[in-house]
Design a protein around this ligand. Sequence first.
Ligand code: NAP
Length: 267
Amino acid sequence: MAENIKVAIAGARGKMGSEAVNMVLNTPHFKLVASIDHKYGGMTLAEIDGQPDVGVPIYEDIDTCFLETKPDVLIDLTAPAFGRKHMEAAFNHGVRPVVGTTGFTDDDIIALRTRAEQTGLGAIIAPNFAVGAILMMKFAQMAAKYLPDVEIIEKHHDNKLDAPSGTAIKTAQLIQEVRLSKSQGHPEEKEELQGARGATLDGMHIHSLRLPGLVAHQEVIFGGVGQTLTIKHDSLHRSSFMPGIQLAVETVMTIDTLVYGLENIIE
Ligand code: NAP
């Protein structure tokens, strides 16, 4: 295992970022060297309400941050537009990105993988760092071989920017790999209200709920003759994502390409 990995966090004040700050501070072989924020540049985390009492510097300019603090790894937990820019900056400075920010497109992933391979730097993007969610996706893929009619309901807190969730899209893509393409529901069904049947990916309907009080939840519901099967995962607290992020920080030091999805590093 790599020793003393120097970590910078973008989005450290956020709901996920503050959990990641605690995880890094409590992991003996990690060292938190910087916070990248769009506010509070020049201050330290200790000077910000609700942040831990540590003298970790905050930077608004990511290039200056990387030049001055020389992190090994960037953890990004911000928003897609910033996540992409932060990854580019990381590749330019020899920093390995671990990205939990969701909302990347397939084209983004292709371009970022090319960049990782050009620079020889490892990078990990995972739309869901909870191990239970990875198992839910794998079990759903197994079930779809036998029960190909499936709909997905994902539920998140109402501050989430992207819909459907990266996890729901990934689940549908995994199912798409094992079942024949099909359109579901009655061939003549008609939406009385636009969007009533949700989004579709290869005929699978995906429904997104956004409510206060929720964290991250998903049900994958299969229907067969005289039976249904529901595979359900709930992240009840954002701490559920931290063992996966810790593993990704350790793993990204040992790879030289971009890996998309936690499932590709836990096997
Ligand atoms: P959040 O609470 O809104 O946190 C985002 C943080 O990023 C905020 O502190 C925000 O500051 C900050 N920020 C915005 N622009 C920035 C910039 N240019 N540079 C640096 N920091 C910036 O959101 P969250 O719930 O923590 O989620 C963050 C991301 O993680 C989202 O994309 C979410 O979908 C994703 N997520 C991933 C997983 C996973 O397992 N992969 C799990 C949960 C969530 P302001 O508040 O001042 O704007």
